[in-house]
Design a protein around this ligand. Sequence first.
Ligand SMILES: Cc1cc2nc3c(=O)[nH]c(=O)nc-3n(C[C@H](O)[C@H](O)[C@H](O)COP(=O)(O)OP(=O)(O)OC[C@H]3O[C@@H](n4cnc5c(N)ncnc54)[C@H](O)[C@@H]3O)c2cc1C
Length: 460
Amino acid sequence: MATKPPGTNANILISGAGIGGCIMAILLGRAGLDYLVLERATAFKRLGSSLTLSSQILRLFDQLGLLEELKERVALKVNGMTTLKQDLSLIGRTPTEYFEERYGYGTLGVARADFVEFLLSKIPSDRIQWGKRVLNVEQDDEQVTVYCADKTKYQADILIGAEGAYSPVRQSMFKYLTEKGTPPPKSDLAPLNFEMFCNVGVATNLDPKEYPVLNKENTELDAILANDLPFTVWLLKLSGNRIAWTAGGKLLSRKDKSGQETLRASEWELRTDEELAPEIRDFKVYSDKTLGDLIDKTDPELISRVMLEDKCFSTWYAGRMVLIGDACHKLMPFGGQGATQTVLDAACLASLLHELPSTDMASLNQAFSAYFKHRYPSAKAAYDSSQMATSLTANRGVMADAIRSISLKYMPDKVVTMLMDKLNGERPIVSFLPPPPDRGLLKSTSVPVSAFTHTKPTTC
Ligand SMILES: Cc1cc2nc3c(=O)[nH]c(=O)nc-3n(C[C@H](O)[C@H](O)[C@H](O)COP(=O)(O)OP(=O)(O)OC[C@H]3O[C@@H](n4cnc5c(N)ncnc54)[C@H](O)[C@@H]3O)c2cc1C
């Protein structure tokens, strides 16, 4: 059991052991705060495709002393993103090789499952309870009570909702606010925006002779755009002779015999490969390989089919409950910012919880309000840029082609650098651990924030 810092009796529950829940647990552990994670799944499953981790969060991993191990065990350096036509001719390329020199850290590419497994390995096993599906939450001035599907209940001072887009903590927060007579804005109560599907998986045991891309030291994110249909395939070479693939677009929509959509909202569910649209199997991904070849090398049990929704909520906390990650900002994955923004939330919230003088409602409100004020603008900017990145690959037609060419081929280097500087300039760390060196030519622009005037400002 972690020791509690003087002046604090915080006892914290985290709902969800995805990326947000795991990094939050690691940070709370390092801050000496008492926590317990409740996860719906009965055990860890290797689901998902790939994720990119930007320099924005790698400084935090450096501070935690986990960066070198992350690189050695699961990550590859991403050299750039290449956008190709269906015949594999080049539309444009955005390089990221120079990031390490300029921002101190290069972009890393990981299999989502590897990354979550890596984070889980840093959390003591008695700090996670598996098979705990959070259903409902109640709170009063003294505590928050969490009810799980297996009829168990947990009580704590603070509950962090990290269960992704369909967060039950968020639903409970909305109910609590509505009952109090201060309902969230209508936009928060409306369903998430939804336009796209995708299938994801990781092809394994590939032969480097058949897939020469595997012989390269670093990796590159490739997006291959179908000619006329709004359908795109993304590929990322992973360590260990694997290639992560994502195939998405409106094309994958399927209705059952009665005309009903066969998918449930959100969630990265297992789907068998028979359900993949047959027309995508023949889609060429390398000169003599098709997406079907990669699918055949993917464990069918680990192919997921997902609906991609997005929404940036404006209610992130209420009373003793607070949200991180997809629970408060669900981004389209094509901007490569989902995991990054989630880690940034956790870092900011952990610093503020560490300086909490008391767990009374007023102190929590002060801390959570500082968290929201600090994090919302960055999450909203990432949400907007993810939408732009999605239209850059998803839209078709003459106008879309022109916009793609201008953005990916003819954009002056100076403008590209300016945009990248804005994104990667902020490289937050937590206040309760010694800071790592500020590496890179461009120094970190992270601004200190504090919820409590008596404590020294927190960098988040
Ligand atoms: C299985 C899976 C695969 C994914 N694959 C990809 C991918 O390939 N590419 C990509 O860009 N993004 C992927 N994502 C999304 C990406 O991981 C997230 O966008 C991002 O990292 C935000 O993290 P998060 O912690 O907010 O949510 P998530 O990483 O989604 O984690 C949410 C966690 O909460 C748990 N949970 C849900 N409901 C409950 C409940 N009621 N009670 C308790 N626990 C609950 C879930 O099981 C999950 O472990 C995937 C998400 C999941 C869950």
